[in-house]
Design a protein around this ligand. Sequence first.
Ligand code: DC
Length: 233
Amino acid sequence: MNNFEKNIIIAIDGFSSCGKSTLAKEIAQKINYTYIDSGAMYRAITLLAIRHNLIDGINVNEEELNKILDSVQIQFKLNKETHQQDIFINDENVSEDIRDIEVSDQVSIISKLKFVRQKLVELQRKLSKNKRIVMDGRDIGTVVFPDAELKIFMTASEDIRAKRRYDELVEKGIEVNLQDIRKNIKKRDFLDQNREESPLRKADDAIELNNSDLSKEEQLIWIENVLDEKFKK
Ligand code: DC
């Protein structure tokens, strides 16, 4: 697999806490592609809105946010130590700050704004002009790259996703309640699927991966097999 020579775009969409980024990162590393986390971009703009006091949990000062977006640069840079892509607002590395609970709580409000989506879709397309990328998100196979050569749509049961997210946070030392996480996942699923702009849905030509009962290793083997079958010479 390390010698996967084809230059393609791999689009991975799906529900929150489905393990999209884990699989996307692993397959990108395996085939020497670049991984791009589109959710991190929506989170970065949410962080900006919070820092400028432009969002209060319900309303957004769209005019001001739009002005600020014209003057900031959102960029990914490879971190040579972690081998991950860090996200920057201008020259500040915000990779950790965008994972704050406050950002997670408010990101759905920002990600439904049309001007935000337009700006980020444009940036996502620019970042991918040479292909050889794996991008995960909610609208990658439907809106950002409708012609992506491989589209995966990931799902897993709500219980499994809540438990995975719970374990992840507990491991980071964050005190959480499983019921709260379940509620948050349900709410985010609803908002992602029902917003007017680019709602989450499976592209007609996407391959579905329900990973409820699959280990990380099994998922990687699954996608390697798909690549082999679909793109073998
Ligand atoms: O993947 P994530 O949970 O870090 O994404 C954060 C939020 O951004 C999520 O609530 C949905 C939104 N998002 C989106 O609307 N479109 C994308 N392509 C990626 C994420």
